[in-house]
Design a protein around this ligand. Sequence first.
Ligand code: HPA
Length: 249
Amino acid sequence: MMKGIAIIGGTGLTSLPGLRIDEERIVSTPFGDTSAALIKGRLNDQAIVFLARHGAEHTIPPHKVNYRANIWALKEAGAHYMIAINAVGGINLSLNPGQLVIPDQIIDYTSGREMSFFDGEDTPVVHIDFSEPYCESLRNFLLDAADKNNIALARQGTYGATQGPRLETAAEIKRMAQDGCDIVGMTGMPEAGLARELECCYASISVVANLAAGLAEGEITMAEIEKYIEQGMGEVSQLLETVIASLHV
Ligand code: HPA
């Protein structure tokens, strides 16, 4: 059987330009409902399933997303490859707003989220290996797709996942930089860990929306974040179209 492909849309990507929709389905899972209807369709004539992480109208904040329902439903819909789109702040000063990053590591600073499928009273204790939190083969497909499109993205980076929904303090970002974080976002975990628990091949296209707290003059505004996400989204679409074509070969 063909390995299915899921795209998990983040801030700035509640729908997928160019997606021909075949079926929209609300799904319930043992862990509750997904953020939005699962959309089965074709991008450039290639079958994919799309899910808007924050809901179709972008109303679910990062700490309220039902990550377990989302990943469970995508797996059940046949997805093996999962490509997540994440808006992030840039901590590493070599990153510019609007630029894309394909992260290779994660530090999880979130708290109080449901973050495992293996937490029932009656389920066995399972410790998945998470040394390399992103699927290296999917990362390589994304990097090849970037090369084919002459997209100058950052080929690795450590994603620091914060609880939100507030942005960070300048001191928190300073500490995260010392920890080795290159980017900061609110949705990278537990999503990546849950995908690994279900043995899916998961990677992220992170879009730098702003310089993280304390790294630029003045406040971080939603207007700035939205502007740079929109700027990066053209390259995200190119990457997705190319990578989906190569995953289908
Ligand atoms: N911090 C956390 N999450 C984010 C940011 C940020 O600066 N920008 C976009 N998502």
